[in-house]
Write a protein that binds this ligand. Structure first.
Ligand code: PLP
Length: 286
C-alpha cells in the first residue's frame, strides 16, 4: 500500500498515527464501509455512501466530508482506470477527546481514515463445489443495520467458522435466520428465492440489494420475508452475499449437504448476472 488517507491528508501507512484516546480504540465508537472497485471504477459507490450517512446519523455523528470530497478521496486511493480490482475500507470514529468518558464533548473532531486493498479473485473451486457454513445463535446487539466498528461478536463467529473448516457463520435469532457474520443470506426453496427483510436485525447489504435488483430485472421472483431456521436447513440452495465476496453458493451447512451438495441452477444464473454487471462497471457502462 503506497498511501492512505487520514484526517485530510494522504500519507504512507507507516507515517499514519492516531491517539490512544481515540474513541474507536477505547469504545469501538465509530462506523465503517467497504466499497469494491473494478478496473478503477466503484461498484455501488453512492449506495455505500448513503449507508454511511445512515450509520453516522444513527450514532449522531455528522459526516466529516462532503459527498464530492469522499468521491475524490476514494478515487485517488484506487487510482484511475484501468487499475487493479480493489476495495476501499473507510472508517470514521468520534475522535480523541482528552478524557475517557462514555459521554463525548460534541466539539470533538472525528477521526477519518480510508485505504485501498486488492480484491482477491474468487477461487475456481467456489463455482465448482461451493462453500461451507455453520449456524450459530445471533449473539450480537439489536442494531445490526448500523455498520458499526464494534465487531467482537462477528470476530468470534468467524473464528468459530474457521475452526470448523467453514467459510462463514449463518446466524439465527428466535428461530429465524438473520445474516452471516460478514454477509447477507438468501435461500431457494423450489422456485422461490427469499432473503430476510431489512430492519434492525441485519445490515442492509449493498450486494443483497443488487442481487434483488438483478433478480427483479430478469424475472426471478423473490420475497423479502422471515426465514425459519428449518427452511434454511431444508433449502435447495443457500447463498451468501457481500461486496468483496460477491454472491457465493453454500453447499454444506453444519456438515450436511445443501440440496444436491453442489452449486444450484439459480445461483449460476444470479452469478452470471452479477459477473455481467461487474464487467459493465469495469467498462464504465453503469
Ligand atoms: N452483513 C454483515 C454483518 C456484513 O458485515 C456485511 C459486509 O461486510 C454484509 C452483510 C454484506 O454487506 P455488503 O453487501 O454491503 O458488503
Amino acid at each position: 500500500m503506497k498511501e492512505l488517507y487520514l484526517n485530510g491528508a494522504f500519507m504512507p501507512p507507516d507515517e499514519a498515527r492516531i491517539s490512544v484516546m481515540d474513541r474507536g480504540f477505547l469504545f469501538g465508537d465509530g462506523v465503517y464501509e467497504v466499497i469494491p472497485s473494478y478496473g478503477g471504477r466503484f461498484l455501488g459507490l453512492e449506495p455505500h455512501l448513503d449507508r454511511l450517512d445512515a450509520s453516522l446519523a444513527a450514532l449522531r455523528l455528522a459526516n466529516p466530508l462532503a459527498r464530492e470530497t469522499w468521491r475524490s478521496v476514494l478515487q485517488r486511493l484506487i487510482g484511475t482506470p484501468p487499475a487493479p480490482d480493489q476495495y476501499v475500507y473507510l472508517q470514521i470514529t468520534r475522535g480523541a477527546p482528552p478524557e475517557r468518558d462514555h459521554l463525548c464533548p460534541e466539539s470533538t473532531e472525528p477521526t477519518v481514515m480510508a485505504l485501498a486493498r486488492p480484491i482477491k479473485p474468487r477461487a475456481p473451486t467456489v463455482a465448482e463445489r461451493g462453500v461451507t457454513c455453520i449456524t450459530r445463535p445471533d449473539i450480537r446487539w439489536l442494531r445490526g443495520e448500523i455498520k458499526s466498528i464494534s465487531l467482537v461478536a462477528s470476530v468470534m463467529m468467524r473464528r468459530e467458522a474457521a475452526d470448523a473448516g467453514a467459510l462463514e457463520t449463518i446466524m439465527h435469532r428466535d428461530g429465524q435466520v438473520t445474516e452471516g457474520a460478514v454477509s447477507n443470506v438468501f435461500v431457494v426453496t423450489g422456485d422461490e428465492l427469499a432473503t430476510p427483510p431489512k430492519g434492525h436485525l441485519l445490515l442492509p447489504g449493498i450486494t443483497r440489494e443488487l442481487a434483488l435488483l438483478l433478480a427483479r430485472d430478469h424475472g426471478i421472483r423473490f420475497l423479502e420475508h422471515p426465514i425459519p431456521l428449518e427452511t434454511l436447513r431444508g433449502a435447495d440452495e443457500v447463498w451468501l452475499s457481500s461486496s468483496t465476496r460477491e454472491i457465493l453458493p453454500v453447499t454444506r451447512l453444519d456438515d450436511r449437504p445443501v440440496g444436491t451438495g453442489l452449486p444450484g441452477p439459480l445461483w449460476r444464473r444470479i452469478d452470471a448476472l452479477y459477473q455481467d454487471y461487474k464487467a459493465r462497471v469495469r467498462e464504465g457502462h453503469v
